[in-house]
Design a binder for this molecule. Structure first.
Ligand code: ATP
Ligand code: ZN
Length: 285
């Protein structure tokens, strides 16, 4: 049987979460350190460990069929590959930062500046869109030190918490792109490869969905049962079971993380008691 070849980051910020996602999809592999590739033992998948910057090209060339990489890298490399599914990890933003002491009000303040970045393509597009003429200095690492050593007036770099910028006396002034890890695929997969990819995608979606949802169990007074049920969306409708104590029911349902706290508050206000919230491992709907 044909195998699907997936490229993931060899080491760095996306490596552990990429492996974790595949494991949560029930895929077993022996992850030897310093290996270039390995195979899954219970799924037709072969893993290649590569530098993230090389992944779009390898997927375009068909050396790997699919890959996991940051959207920032996909856009910067600008290779013709399909971005198939956002994966919910590796979240960061590509931002513009200037020295703390510099006055900055609008994008037009970037006019004629020297900007250091590892993302010349994305930055160039942003500047063009805003009709800004600036000098882009491409550097491959430690971009945040560029203003301090007089190499640039501003930088355009990846940020997650902002602490690196702060430590280097910089302030974030524009967000150019929001990014997270994404699954990319070669545009010309065979029917058999597409079939394996669909199987993997089905599992990835179930894992992602489960992460965004919680299983909720609560006790409800029967007098207010209708009201409590109306507050719960559930997968179809909530499960209701009688409690041993007369006049009470146990209600089970699934809640989305986004409106979780609002619903819990309303449930309490409607008389729900003993509310238990449990993580869900997989969710197939
Ligand atoms: P490689 O050796 O594979 O080239 P790298 O040094 O280019 O690694 P990492 O720093 O490991 O890359 O980052 C990989 C990806 O993680 C980034 O492209 C980005 O999508 C994501 N990421 C998430 N948060 C951050 C952050 N705070 N800084 C940089 N990248 C981040
Ligand atoms: Zn890299």
């Amino acid at each position: 049987m044909q195998k699907l070849r997936i490229a993931i980051q060899k080491s760095g910020r996306l490596h552990d979460d990429s492996i974790k996602l595949l494991k949560e999809c029930g895929i077993d592999m022996n992850n030897g350190v310093n290996k270039l590739k390995t195979e899954a033992s219970n799924f037709p998948l072969e893993l290649f460990f590569l530098r993230d910057d090389d992944i779009p090209q390898y997927v375009e060339d068909g050396v790997a069929d699919i890959g996991i990489v940051g959207e920032n890298v996909v856009l910067e490399k600008n290779r013709p590959v399909d971005a198939i599914e956002k994966l919910g990890f590796g979240k960061c933003r590509l931002s513009m930062a200037v020295p703390k002491t510099m006055e900055y009000n609008t994008v037009s303040d970037m006019q004629n500046m020297r900007i250091a970045t590892s993302y010349p393509v994305i930055l160039g597009q942003f500047l063009d869109k805003n009709n800004i003429k600036a000098e882009i200095h491409e550097i491959s690492g430690s971009v945040e030190i560029a203003p301090g050593i007089g190499l640039a007036d501003a930088i355009c770099d990846l940020v997650s918490s902002g602490s690196t910028l702060f430590m280097n006396g910089l302030k974030e002034v524009e967000t150019i792109l929001k990014s997270e890890a994404v699954l990319i695929a070669n545009k010309k997969l065979t029917a058999e490869q597409t079939q394996i990819l669909d199987k993997l995608l089905f599992r990835i979606k179930a894992v992602k969905k489960a992460k965004n949802n919680k299983y909720v169990l609560l006790n409800a007074p029967n007098d207010n049962l209708a009201k409590i049920i109306s507050l719960l969306p559930g997968m179809k409708s909530p499960t209701v079971l009688p409690l041993a104590e007369e006049g009470w029911s146990s209600v089970h349902s699934v809640l989305n993380e986004n409106d979780f706290w609002d619903i819990i508050e309303s449930l309490k206000a409607a008389g729900a008691q003993g509310i238990l919230v449990v993580p869900i491992e997989k969710m197939v709907i």
